[in-house]
Design a protein around this ligand. Structure first.
Ligand code: NAP
Ligand code: FE
Length: 368
């Protein structure tokens, strides 16, 4: 067996880590563009980052206009601000949306591309150096080489990917997530779960990615059952589990669940993590029907059966969206053009994808 593993981000972990280790950012540049969102900016992280940069003698400009599911227009605004300010370093502070916007800004600031070419791939090694501070526990974007943007050309969400998008540093301080509303806590935790599971379902999974994915599931799954009134210990554990799942997908990418879920987010405004939560259970059931061996390893890592995992996911989802059959048929057809679908261990057919969508979101008339 041969495989390689590349997760180059240095991760600082623990409450107070930005204040304690913020000096690490000093060699990255003289002027930082801090990319954040309105709520992300209010959880203490922005304050700590600004204090750390000031203590390093670094100037900074704050761009706090990133909304969930960042658009190309938002990224363009950030690039213009970075250029105007002479920023030579980018710090992402927030959930996946500000972190991904920060990554896209960091790469497009040094590699000019027309809008139509942004999703064409082929990015070089150059980007402004980055440090990321997650304020949700879900995406793991702080350790992945991906930035996922709203793609109005393809009418879905599409990732740009390059080793240049790996942040140099990630600062994981669970206190920034203490005030996360329950719904965002649920959605983002489901996103992390889906990353770990989908990584295990990728043909490219390796002993390295599986180590990260299984450890993430071991920490995360038992805590999903009671996400109300979380202790600091649980918040810290969720953040670490999310980072581990990010390390897993940094090597494998995601597959069928994310591939389907992007349409729910783009077309119907379903939060990213929730979209995955809605579709993950029936994906696992299909794996069971097809006898996918990785499913057994996923269950062992979770310490739960497929039925139990599905029950937990249903609890996380609450009342489900109902989507007309014709729409789901369209999503199934479009999901098949996602390049990550064919890389799934069980080679899903369009019929498989439609079955998952109908069972998860159909009106109940579908039997099969
Ligand atoms: P998000 O879109 O970044 O944030 C969701 C909501 O949470 C926003 O309203 C945000 O408010 C709020 N929020 C963030 N931190 C908060 C805090 N500490 N306290 C209170 N509210 C807070 O959600 P996300 O689930 O973290 O990220 C989803 C995005 O990441 C999607 O675009 C998805 O495609 C992407 N993603 C990327 C990767 C990757 O590897 N790059 C992996 C998975 C998902 P404000 O907007 O006002 O700050
Ligand atoms: Fe995700």
């Amino acid at each position: 067996m041969s495989f390689s593993s590349y997760v180059p981000t240095k991760v600082f972990c623990g409450r107070g880590c930005v204040r304690e280790y913020g000096a690490a950012m000093k060699p990255l540049g003289a002027h930082a563009l801090i990319v954040t969102g309105k709520s992300s900016a209010r959880c203490g992280a922005l304050q700590d980052v600004c204090a750390a940069l000031a203590a390093n003698g670094q100037d900074y400009t704050v761009f706090d206009r990133v909304l969930p599911n960042p658009t190309l227009a938002c990224v363009r605004e950030g690039v213009a601000l970075a250029r105007a300010a002479g920023a030579d370093l980018v710090v992402g502070v927030g959930g996946g949306s500000p972190m991904d916007a920060a990554k896209a800004i960091a790469v497009l600031a040094v590699e000019a591309r027309a809008d139509e070419a942004v999703f064409a791939g082929g990015y070089g090694e150059a980007a402004l150096p980055m440090a990321h501070v997650p304020t949700t526990a879900g995406t793991g974007s702080e350790v992945t080489p991906y930035a996922i943007l709203t793609d109005d050309f393809a009418r879905t969400k599409t990732s740009i990917s390059s080793p240049a998008l790996f942040p140099k540093f990630a600062f994981l301080d669970g206190s920034y997530t203490d005030g996360l509303p329950l719904q965002i806590t649920r959605d983002t935790a489901a996103d992390a779960l889906s990353h770990a599971v989908e990584s295990m379902l990728k043909k490219s999974s390796s002993p390295a990615s599986e180590t990260f994915a299984k450890e993430s599931l071991r920490i995360l799954y038992p805590r999903l059952k009671s996400l109300e009134d979380l202790t600091e210990e649980t918040r810290d554990a969720l953040l670490w589990a999310s980072c581990l799942a990010g390390m897993a997908i940094a090597q494998t990418g995601t597959t069928i669940v994310h591939g389907m879920g992007y349409f729910l987010t783009y077309d119907r405004g379903v939060a990213h993590g929730r979209a995955n939560a809605l579709l993950l259970g029936e994906t696992l059931r299909l794996c069971e029907e097809k006898g996918v061996p990785a499913l057994g390893e996923i269950c062992v890592a979770c310490g739960a059966s497929v039925d139990e995992i599905c029950k937990t996911l249903s609890h996380l989802c609450g009342a489900r969206e109902n989507v007309p059959r014709e729409t789901l048929e369209r999503y199934a057809a479009r999901t098949m053009s996602n390049k990550n679908i064919g890389k799934c261990k069980f080679d899903p057919t369009q019929g498989d994808v439609l079955r998952i969508l109908l069972r998860s979101l159909g009106d109940g008339s579908f039997i099969g």
